[in-house]
Design a protein around this ligand. Structure first.
Ligand code: ADP
Ligand code: MG
Length: 463
């Protein structure tokens, strides 16, 4: 089922246990096979037993979390103030949530008691409430300050819960409630792109992904089984229109073994299984049903450079990725694929959900606007060790992740450098920012390699 025809995707059992990606991992040099579907299901059942046990299991939650940078040995939780619903576990949803000092998301910052009181009686036509909006930020005890801690369930959420979302969007994107967003997905508008890394020493790979919602359906946190399956079948019909170098095959998560699932994740082709944040946001419902990926190769052993994720965090995440730093080629292919899928959606009576103010509208407010993350995996072994590195990247309009994505601790010295902004800048502007930023970072890394000094604290004005 994985590739067309009879060639099923099979691993020798021993290889599944010690996956060493020396054959087809396009982007990697090390491996960490910790994220299988089995691990996820085990975690989920432990998480479920925590929440139904009736105890305020914050330490248990923390044991389960995979969020990085948290040292639980120094953490103190003052349980004297904590409200833990007793009895059958029915939550009292018209009361303001309890926040510990670990709740550091943007939701926690902007959800005042007054706003909660104003919004608690409201519902979207899909039945989404303010408690649904904030559940990823209230249920997970610990969150990083930049975590959003909130998700919209549908397009209406941004209107109905506007007094909450507007300040969150303003802070994250520096974008006012009356501003208009500009879309520009025309690759010919990109200025000439310098060769960032002529000797291929620093830039390992380039990926651009966009988040998209299909109009007429609630977003994944609010989708039911039927809606999710409809999104999957519409996607299949639209994506079957792709031809030539974009022609793609669908692989359903339902049909994958653990080993196949792990392999695709490790090769950066497939999304990870839900972590605690995704579970609490409501993204893991019925997992793995109606989730899957399209890849533009017939045999999964080959490396695709055009990929579409279905029903992960968004209805669709559409991406291209290639070895090296040729961002112009990556963008051109993405734009071509997007145009064909959009055409298909039109014929189905749908579209990519878009709004003059919010741009492409999706569940996570951090992805509004372009929904785009243009990233390069860059070797910054020396520069990343300097104090002030992270803050300097923020000033440059860049986000730094580990090479295995959002929750990776990046011990390898290889970082995922991407555009930090998504809303209020066009696709072209953001790609340019990323190119300029990576060019500077590579220059600095080279200086350090030559024994010169670099001071991160002095560099660059805020974008
Ligand atoms: P997003 O949320 O933008 O889709 P994640 O941080 O969740 O991205 O990462 C998803 C997957 O994409 C991970 O396997 C990650 O390593 C991979 N990835 C991201 N950027 C690149 C890149 N430039 N090259 C190769 N793989 C990448
Ligand atoms: Mg992600």
């Amino acid at each position: 089922m994985l590739s067309r025809g009879a060639s099923r995707f099979v691993f020798p059992l021993a290889a599944a246990a010690f996956i060493t990606y020396d054959r087809s991992d396009a982007f990697d040099d090390t491996t960490d096979a910790s994220s299988s579907l089995g691990n996820f299901l085990r975690k989920l059942s432990t998480a479920a037993s925590v929440s139904t046990s009736g105890r305020c299991g914050i330490e248990r939650w923390l044991e389960l979390t995979t969020f990085s940078k948290f040292d639980s040995s120094n953490a103190k939780f003052d349980s004297s103030n904590a409200s833990c619903d007793e009895g059958a576990g029915i939550e009292v949803l018209d009361e303001f949530p309890y926040f510990s000092h670990w709740h550091r998301s943007l939701m926690r910052k902007h959800l005042s008691k007054e706003v909660f009181e104003e919004l608690k009686g409201r519902k979207t036509s899909n039945g989404y409430t303010i408690n649904d909006v904030i559940k990823s930020g209230t249920a997970c005890g610990y969150s990083l300050p930049r975590n959003m801690g909130c998700m919209a369930g549908d397009y209406e959420s941004y209107q109905i819960f506007k007094p909450f979302f507007d300040p969150v969007i303003r802070e994250y994107h520096d974008f006012s409630p009356t501003s208009l967003h500009t879309t520009d997905i025309n690759p010919t508008h990109l200025k000439s792109v310098p060769d960032l890394d002529p000797n291929s020493e620093y830039v390992l790979s380039t990926r651009i992904r966009v988040s998209r919602s299909i109009s007429g359906f609630p977003f994944p946190p609010a989708s039911n089984r039927r809606q999710r399956r409809l999104v999957e079948s519409i996607s299949k019909r639209c994506i079957s229109r792709l031809t030539g170098d974009l022609k793609s095959t669908y692989i359903s998560l339902n049909d994958m073994t653990n080993a196949e699932n792990d392999d695709l994740i490790q090769r950066h082709i497939l999304f990870d299984n839900p972590n605690e944040w995704a579970i609490t946001a409501g993204l893991s419902k019925d997992w793995p049903d109606a989730r899957g990926i399209f890849i533009n190769v017939e045999d999964v052993e080959d490396t695709p450079d055009f990929i579409v994720w279905v029903n992960e965090e968004d209805h669709l995440r559409i991406m291209t990725m290639k070895k090296g730093g040729d961002i112009a080629a990556v963008f051109e292919k993405l734009a071509r694929g997007l145009a064909v899928i959009e055409e298909g959606l039109k014929e189905e009576g749908h579209s990519f959900l878009h709004d003059d103010h919010l741009g492409y509208v999706v569940g996570c407010p951090s992805n509004l606007g372009t929904g785009m993350r243009a990233s390069m995996h860059v070797k910054l072994i020396r520069l990343s060790k300097l104090s002030g590195f992270d803050q300097m990247c923020v000033r440059m309009g860049l986000e730094v992740r580990g090479k295995h994505g959002e929750t990776d601790k990046a011990k390898s010295g290889i970082f995922d450098i991407s555009n930090r902004h998504r809303l209020g800048f066009s696709e072209i502007e953001l790609i340019q920012l990323m190119i300029d930023g990576v060019t500077e970072l590579v220059k600095m890394e080279k200086k350090l390699a030559n024994g010169e000094e670099v001071d991160c604290s002095e560099q660059f004005q805020k974008v």
